[in-house]
Ligand binder design. Structure first.
Ligand code: FES
Length: 161
């Protein structure tokens, strides 16, 4: 009897949905939506999740007025460049004790963390720093130089100016 009543209904007047069917379809759509969101999340995984850092190699122009023995510290870099009679060299400003950034101090550098002191060429004057400040590779000429903070060179390696 119910089948006859059902068959008389038109497509524009569908049979009312039972509560069970409504909940079943609702949970099906909720599952499909959750899978879709999870898939979108997985598509994002292959992207790099690290912040880019500035290149360790950078260009710098030394001012013509830079007196011999005076450091030039490019903004945002932890390197001091010097130009003297022997040439140009770059000294790291990263303390060899625990990695603090040293500050310019009279004729050298001083570490604000534990008090190590260094000469302008990076040699240790007072500990606890165990080693001299590193020297970095410098290339270029005529006041325009390229410093590579990723490459250390033996102390005393000048670029002839
Ligand atoms: S980090 Fe420079 S003296 Fe300790």
């Amino acid at each position: 009897m119910t089948t006859q009543a059902t068959s008389k209904r038109s497509r524009l007047d569908p049979e009312p949905m039972s509560r069970r069917d409504f909940l079943g379809k609702g949970s099906l759509w909720a599952t499909a939506a959750a899978l879709g969101v999870a898939t979108l999340g997985m598509l994002r995984l292959p992207k790099a999740a690290v912040l880019s850092s500035p290149s360790k190699k950078f260009k710098v122009t030394l001012p013509d007025s830079l007196p011999p023995g005076q450091p030039f510290i490019p903004p945002g870099r932890s390197v001091a460049l010097y130009r003297d009679a022997e040439g140009v060299y770059a000294v790291s400003l990263i303390c060899t004790h625990l990695g603090c950034i040293v500050k310019q101090h009279s004729d050298g550098f001083e570490c604000p963390c534990h008090g190590s002191q260094f000469k302008a060429d990076g040699a240790v004057v007072k500990g606890p720093a165990p080693r001299a400040l590193a020297w970095h590779k410098v290339t270029g000429s005529a006041g325009n130089y390229v410093v590579d903070e990723g490459v250390t060179v033996p102390p005393g390696t000048y670029l002839k100016a």
